[in-house]
Write a protein that binds this ligand. Structure first.
Ligand code: BGC
Length: 750
């Protein structure tokens, strides 16, 4: 261990990112082992199988898989989990000739047993420490279950809320996405691989999977190189620089070439320009899918194209297993390509310490202790509160303050809605290991804190449909209350992989239910629990308050109650734009200006003729990137720039005063945007370049400071070089991408 630390320090000292530093001692062990391996054993390492019951009750694959593992023909398993099972399966690998341990991988996306908010929700927290802590907890629990490797974080930029996997990422912004990628990698992996509290991370899906045409999962992607580099690659680059152990390629094509068979992505960029030393796993049979794409004529051709393009491990496809030996024997695939892939995989197994003890992650006592530790709940509750976004908080007639927070004991409250008692839905996608009956529903969280004699409940239907009778019962219940809390949203299987939706309106009759309740004249607070940005225009227009909670995980109900009752002042800001209409999609804040920009808004429309606009809809979103309210208010003032012109070696210090002018202590996420006015390639109307999450007591002020340097002014030019160009920059500081409070400008000179 000490040796690793030394190596880490030395690499820092000489300014090399730790990922590029390879330990010569491990390299030697890898090379020595490689020399002993037969061709079959080498190719075995490139082979990953899914097996829920390799050693359990009879499964079709049982005999076959056991034998393959014993023969040393399997490098990794996914979906084998738990100390008992991992030990049993690892024991098979220990019967193989060279006793090369298996890697156990699993999709631990936002928790193993204790479930954190979905990743998109966490991105609304603007709290990198909390995001890192959440990944750390997921790693700790997974590691205690004998898992070495998570297929996370998903760092795909997503600008299309029809795409169900938007829930798995950090939203639409490359800057914020890159910071989150780093935080999650560091959270999962800890200080160094080999620590049994941590697991290997996997940056996926390389690349541009989030840009699937029309938001339909697995669809092709076509985009310019500049767009790829400027928007979609940065979080991957950040993950690589943070030392992510593995990459996963993706199901999509990029400009006509499947990502799995894409040597430009995997060899030129990842292993070339970025000098990435970890390994690349394919997505689930994405190698075999190249046949369907029409990019490979048969399995052998697919295997050949994938290995040549730099895909190191074949997930569940058996293409390498079936075809690579012969391809090498026929001199169609150079053995050095196979050796390189094997070395990358073996290196990680050594780093994890599996050769010294193949069961070092699998310990019964630790499994029991870690999984049942109730303290884990505190981590996800903290994360959940921070992920909630307050979208609206109007005051009742004659009152000054917003309806929220609710006072703890004054009113009779009707909790209504299909999501009110939901538990499984709070887990969202990728949470097969948890027992969601232990989750805290919204109703339970609220009821635990509120005088129960003053709580009424009606379900009002399901997320998919409400009958007249259900609506009438809900209306009658609302009629007996002073305030209505309406919980609506999506069920867990409406967002996630292969859950693209052509219509992202709040599903079923939930808006109809809202309108019926509205007729009662009671104040309504709407709590929306969903896996993606939804459209809910009548609620947006007419509800008194709206709280967007996403899917918050195990502690959902407690976290929502914390916010509604004012024990926690919400501070979340949207990481994704919420459109007004389906037809606006894709809609994102950092777009280009057009030659005919339309500057009207919904509130102040202008003549649209021959301008870039819709005749039947506004251009603006319903809720913009970076938007989110607090129970208190913030004022921005006194913007100062230390200089108004700089060169590439210089920096500008930007300061301004942030004041909490409201009645509650609270946090604000102040955002810094820049616009490069004129450049050799058209630049976005604004780009997020920094932010500060600041906690201020009522009445308190603080000076906030940002530094602008060359890095923040750079972009990819037509030649894909990361450059700056002299000229004017607009500087904007605001509370949301569409609510800029302070403006200035400066010049970059040669
Ligand atoms: C998904 C990956 C996931 C893999 C293994 C695929 O369908 O695209 O993100 O890691 O399955 O479960």
């Amino acid at each position: 261990m000490a040796k690793y630390k030394m190596l880490f320090l030395v690499s820092l000292l000489i300014g090399i990112a730790s990922l590029h530093a390879q330990d010569p001692a491990i390299q030697k062990r890898v090379n020595d082992l490689l020399k002993q391996m037969t061709l079959e054993e080498k190719i075995g390492q490139l082979n990953q199988y899914s097996g829920k019951a390799v050693t359990g009750p009879a499964s079709n694959q049982k005999t076959n898989l056991q034998e393959e593992i014993r023969n040393g023909w399997v490098g990794s398993m996914l979906n084998v989990k738990g100390v008992k099972d991992t030990k049993e399966v690892q024991a098979l690998a220990m019967q193989s000739r060279l006793k090369i341990p298996l890697l156990f991988g699993l999709d631990v996306i936002h928790g193993y047993e204790t479930i954190a908010p979905i990743p998109l929700a966490e991105a609304a927290s603007w709290d990198l420490d909390a995001i890192k802590a959440s990944a750390q907890l997921a790693a700790k629990e997974a590691a205690a279950k004998g898992i070495h490797w998570t297929f996370a974080p998903m760092v795909d930029i997503a600008r299309d809320p029809r795409w169900g996997r938007i829930m798995e990422g950090a939203g639409e912004d490359p800057y914020w996405g890159s910071l989150i990628a780093t935080a999650r990698v560091k959270g999962f992996q800890g200080e160094q691989l080999g620590d049994t509290l941590s697991i290997m991370a996997c940056a996926k899906h390389f690349a541009a999977y989030g840009a699937a045409i029309a938001g339909r999962d697995y669809n092709p992607v076509d985009m310019s190189e500049v767009e790829l580099w400027q928007t979609y690659l940065p979080p991957f680059k950040a993950a690589a620089e943070a030392g992510v152990a593995t990459f996963m390629n993706s199901f999509n094509t990029l400009n006509g070439i499947p990502a799995t068979g894409n040597d430009y992505l995997q060899r030129t960029i990842l292993k070339g320009k970025w000098n990435y030393k970890g390994f690349v796993v394919s997505d689930w049979n994405s190698i075999g899918e190249m046949l369907n794409w029409g990019y490979a004529k048969d399995t052998a051709d697919a295997a050949l194209k994938a290995i040549v393009a730099g895909s190191d491990m074949d997930m569940e496809g058996r293409n390498y297993r079936r075809k690579l030996v012969q391809l090498v024997k026929d001199n169609k695939v150079a053995i050095k390509l196979v050796d390189d892939a094997v070395k990358r995989i073996l290196y990680k197994k050594f780093e994890l310490g599996l050769f010294d003890d193949p069961n070092r992650f699998s310990n019964e006592a630790r499994e029991e202790r870690v999984i049942n530790d109730r303290a884990n709940r505190l981590v996800v509750r903290d994360m959940a509160r921070k992920s909630i976004v307050l979208l609206k908080n109007a005051s009742l007639p004659g009152q000054e303050d917003g309806l929220l927070p609710l006072s703890i004991n004054t009113k009779t409250i009707a909790i209504i809605g299909p999501a009110a008692k939901a538990k499984r839905d709070m887990a969202g996608s990728w949470t097969v290991n948890t027992d969601s009956t232990t989750f805290v529903s919204f109703y339970e969280g609220f009821a635990a804190r509120y005088d129960n004699s003053k709580l009424l409940y009606a379900k009002g239907g399901t997320v998919n449909a409400s009958s007249e009778a259900e609506i009438q019962e809900a209306v009658a219940t609302a009629g007996k209350a002073d305030i209505v809390l309406l919980a609506v949203g999506e069920t867990w299987d409406m967002s996630g992989e292969s859950k693209s939706r052509a219509d992202i309106h709040l599903p079923g009759d939930q808006e109809k239910l809202f309108s019926a309740l509205q007729q009662t004249g009671k104040p309504i607070i709407v709590v929306i629990m969903a896996g993606r940005p939804l459209i809910f225009n009548s609620i947006a227009d007419k509800a008194n308050s709206i709280v967007y909670t996403w899917w918050l995980g195990s502690e959902a109900g407690n976290a929502i109650a914390d916010v509604l009752l004012g024990d926690y002042n919400p501070a979340g800001k949207l990481p994704s734009t919420f459109p007004r209409s389906m037809g606006q999609i894709p809609l994102f804040y950092n777009h280009l200006n057009t030659g005919r920009p339309y500057t009207g808004t919904k509130e102040n429309p202008k003549n649209k003729l021959y301008l870039s606009a819709y005749i039947d809809e506004d251009n603006t979103p319903r809720y913009a990137f970076g938007y989110g309210l607090s129970y208190t208010k913030f004022a921005y003032s006194d913007l100062k720039l230390s200089k108004t012109s700089i060169n590439n070696k210089d920096s500008i210090v930007v300061t301004f005063k942030l004041t909490n002018t409201g009645k509650y202590a609270g946090e604000e996420v102040a955002q810094l945007y820049l616009r490069d006015e004129v450049a050799s390639i058209v630049r976005p109307v604004k780009e997020l370049k920094d932010f500060a999450k600041v906690k201020l007591g009522a009445g308190e002020s603080r000076e906030i400071r940002f530094t602008i340097n060359k890095e923040k002014l750079s972009f990819y030019n037509k030649q894909l070089e990361w450059v700056t160009e002299p000229g004017m920059f607009q500087l904007m500081v605001g509370t949301a991408s569409d609510n800029i409070k302070l403006k200035s400008s400066f010049e970059l000179i040669k």
